[in-house]
Unconditional design. Structure first.
Length: 400
């Protein structure tokens, strides 16, 4: 192996998804062969927050040197062996400021970015590769603005990082949703019920739209288009009557809302460091409302509901084909950019081709479903006219 060219650090932030470990492996294998040292930062930004700049300190909970054996073993599994967190160093609550920094940072909310930069420099890191969603990557953008070299990799099962058609985790999310919806159909059909499946999707409805396009559901509700529950009920009754087993299926994004509803449905009111409350429960409301209004559209007879929140089932386990191949390509593309001396770039997949764009894009407009182009608000289904010359993931593209 050649002499060390420098040190690359990699971290994973936000929610875990299948495909993170393959991305870490791809980056590490290439980097080691090129003569770099690779450090894995533990617990997302949390490892850099807690690190103590003292050679005698035990920082094993904050970072680890990566080697071929470690990343090869880890790449066969889902999740992230580096672990993750929703830590936000620019908005750190006083209660979680590390003990060794509490004399310096005493406000209720603290920006400890100067410490993060010093910690990276103390570790000898030349380039940082954060893998995450727009929250994690927005702080990567902050470090780029501070003059630190950053190459970002998009990850989120909601597929809502701007600038890329695909984010690590989305393929497995769609695959799992299709599989689980098909399994749940047997109970819905046995009892002649509506099947309501709640799926992740805070602001963007791609994770409900794409499985519906693939035939996993009759209808879908997405955050971008508030629904009329009576209209949904009418459509589901019609779908149910057309099926020999007398059932119908609707996929509901966790961020979906009824028409006239001001806020999304939260499972609790506690906010994370990025200001997000935990979503969950809209499927319960949809189920109750469907049951109540079903007699109106079903000759006076009530239709009961099978109500299932998929939750972590769609983000756990091994990656599917896309989340095995795309992370490999993203990791290699990130290393290509490092070899070229680039910084402040986000690796992306656009119109079926791998590319990179300025990291600033993650702090711009949110990536959401183009309702006019891809969602039929009357049929509550995906809309498409022609697939000719469209990219592979046509409805997830935010490019012309």
């Amino acid at each position: 192996m050649a002499r060390e060219k420098g040190t690359i650090a990699v971290l994973t932030g936000g929610g875990d998804v299948p495909g993170l470990n393959p991305a870490i492996r791809a980056l590490t294998v290439r980097a080691l062969l090129e003569g770099y040292r690779v450090i894995g930062i533990r617990r997302g930004w949390g490892g850099l927050v807690d690190l103590v700049r003292n050679p005698s300190a035990d920082n094993s909970a904050c970072y680890v040197d990566l080697d071929l054996d470690t990343v090869n073993r880890a790449s066969r599994t889902g999740g992230t062996f580096l672990h993750s967190s929703r830590t936000r160093p620019s908005h750190l609550p006083r209660l979680v400021v590390p003990d060794h920094l509490r004399d310096t940072y005493k406000s209720e909310i603290n920006d400890i970015t100067p410490e993060i930069v010093k910690n990276l420099e103390w570790l000898g890191v030349d380039t940082l590769v954060p893998i995450g969603g727009d929250d994690t990557l927005s702080y990567g953008h902050r470090l780029h603005d501070e003059g630190f070299k950053v190459i970002a990799v998009p990850k989120t099962m909601d597929n809502d990082v701007p600038g890329t058609d695909y984010c690590i985790g989305f393929g497995t999310c769609v695959t799992r949703t299709i599989e689980l919806a098909r399994k749940l159909r047997t109970s819905a059909g046995s009892h002649e019920r509506f099947l309501v499946i709640e799926i992740f999707g805070r602001y963007a409805g791609f994770s409900a739209l794409m499985p519906t396009l693939a035939g996993a559901a009759d209808r879908c509700l997405i955050p971008e288009s508030p629904c009329d529950i009576d209209h949904l009920c009418q459509l589901l009754v019609e779908d149910r009557n057309k099926r020999a087993s007398n059932y119908s299926v609707v996929l509901v994004s966790e961020g979906a809302k009824f028409r006239g509803q001001e806020e999304m449905v939260f499972s609790d009111q506690e906010q994370d460091q990025y200001g997000h409350k935990k979503l969950g429960g809209v499927g319960d409301l949809v189920s109750a409302a469907l049951k109540e209004c079903s007699p109106k559209h079903n000759g006076g007879r009530r239709i009961n509901v099978v109500n299932q929140r998929l939750g972590y089932l769609v983000r756990s386990g091994d990656p599917d084909m896309l989340d095995s191949i795309v992370p490999m390509a993203f990791g290699n593309l990130a290393l290509d950019l490092i070899l070229q001396g680039e910084s402040g770039r986000l690796v992306v997949l656009r119109d079926g081709r791998y590319d990179h764009v300025p990291i600033e894009i993650v702090t711009g407009e949110k990536k959401v479903v183009d309702v006019e182009s891809y969602y039929d608000v009357n049929r509550l289904r995906p809309r498409f006219d022609s697939f000719q010359h469209k990219p592979l993931l046509v409805m997830t593209s935010d490019t012309d």
